[in-house]
Design a protein around this ligand. Structure first.
Ligand SMILES: [Zn+2]
Length: 75
């Protein structure tokens, strides 16, 4: 079985590489990554949900990250 699991560390890096949707900065005051809730996992294929608070404009954003490292939603 060649099951590739996206690690939490990798998910964090992907979240960090995702600019703030509001001011396009990459500075975060707070960044956490949690396992995606079942509903989100099934509906959007996300395995991790990152919650970020921008260090520049304080904008709070949630990002869903899929198994293959793709950002499947943000907002
Ligand atoms: Zn911002």
């Amino acid at each position: 079985m060649a099951e590739k699991k996206l690690t939490k560390e990798r998910a964090l890096l992907i979240a960090k590489a995702h600019a703030c949707a509001h001011c396009k900065e990459y500075t975060y005051r707070r960044l956490t990554v949690k396992v995606a809730p079942k509903a989100i996992a099934e509906e959007l294929n996300a395995v991790w949900v990152a919650t970020k608070i921008c260090g520049v404009c304080d904008y709070k954003e949630e990002i869903g990250i899929a198994e293959d490292g793709e950002v499947v939603f943000s907002g």
